[in-house]
Write a protein that binds this ligand. Structure first.
Ligand code: GLY
Length: 307
């Protein structure tokens, strides 16, 4: 568990942002890089919130920053399906009107979270999949990228490890996410991932599913999950944790309860970040690592950790 107090990050009704770089087992030699990536994302989002920008813009900017960073399993450097192709999942939600947008099994685009945001703004549908997500993106001015640009040598090596049985097939470490509460009292959450390494084509995890990987409601708070997507879907984990906040639980207690349920009920591994309507942050994991960073109106600098 992260060593933070339940009231940690309390912004006293001001803005707050927390980001995660995925639950997993980041090797010691790569931890500084992971940590720096999360700190940069929190700094970018913190700047937006400090200038009274929206929680929605802040979580999108944080996640886009992490999608650009090949150290994480999202956007460039994301996990590959068993055929060696990227199929990207992302979702975003804001808590004032419960607006939400998501894409899943998206072919390579640099910023899936920006396409999810465009879905949210269009207000017609919530989730576009595969070829339909591609069509939506093109129709809304996004330029497709390619496996040649976005697949890294590290992801190809990891896929080879999975195919040859040297690494677990269910590995989805490095999913990224962010939760924020802005100065106007609005909360938002965003999550982006390449999913599990070596997944079947068409497999979709929790990250693009509103209620499983991502949720936001001003009356309670905002949530982004990471880890075993199949387990998080079955537990409807993000919405479940938000309901605990609505019932009065503090974010840190809710985060720990969520991770306990993942382990005890599903035998699964993962992590969670939460911010409540008042700007209090909670985070927990039952994996070896979960890189995170956070900033708020009352913290004088970005806080961060990995274990
Ligand atoms: N939690 C990310 C995934 O399972 O795809």
């Amino acid at each position: 568990m992260a060593e933070i107090e339940p009231s940690w990050g309390h912004s006293g009704g001001g803005w707050a942002i927390a980001v995660h770089g995925g639950a997993g087992a980041v090797p010691h030699e790569r931890r500084a890089e992971h940590q720096a990536g999360c700190v940069k994302a929190a700094e970018i989002a913190g700047e937006i919130l400090r200038k009274k920008g929206s929680a929605l813009d802040a979580v999108q900017a944080a996640v886009a920053c992490l999608e650009d960073n090949p150290a994480f399993n999202a956007g460039t450097g994301g996990s590959l399906n068993r055929d060696g192709h990227l199929e990207l999942d992302a979702s975003i939600m804001e808590g004032s009107e419960l607006r939400a947008g998501a894409v899943c099994a998206l072919p390579p685009y640099l910023h899936p979270i920006a396409i999810a945001r465009a879905v949210l703004e269009a207000r017609r549908h919530v989730l576009y999949a595969g070829a339909g997500a591609d069509m939506f993106a093109r129709a809304n001015g996004f330029s497709p990228s390619s496996d040649a640009v976005m697949v890294t040598a590290a992801s190809r090596d990891r896929l080879a490890d999975v195919v040859d049985g040297r690494a677990s097939a269910g590995w989805a470490g490095g999913t990224v996410g962010a939760v924020a509460r802005d100065a106007h009292g609005v909360v938002a959450a965003a999550t982006s991932t390449g999913g599990t390494m070596g997944k079947d084509p068409g497999r979709v995890g929790d990250s693009p599913l509103i209620g499983a990987g991502t949720y936001a409601d001003n009356a309670a708070g905002a949530c982004s999950n990471t880890g075993d997507g199949e387990a998080a879907i079955k537990l409807v984990l993000a919405k479940t944790a938000i309901e605990w906040l609505r019932d009065g639980m503090l974010p840190q207690a809710a985060a720990e309860m969520a991770v306990r349920q993942l382990g005890e009920r599903m035998g699964a591994k993962g992590g969670i970040i939460l911010v409540d309507y008042d700007g209090r942050i909670g985070l927990a994991r039952n994996t070896e690592t979960m890189t995170w960073a956070a900033a708020s109106e009352t913290l004088d600098r970005v806080a961060f950790g990995i274990v």
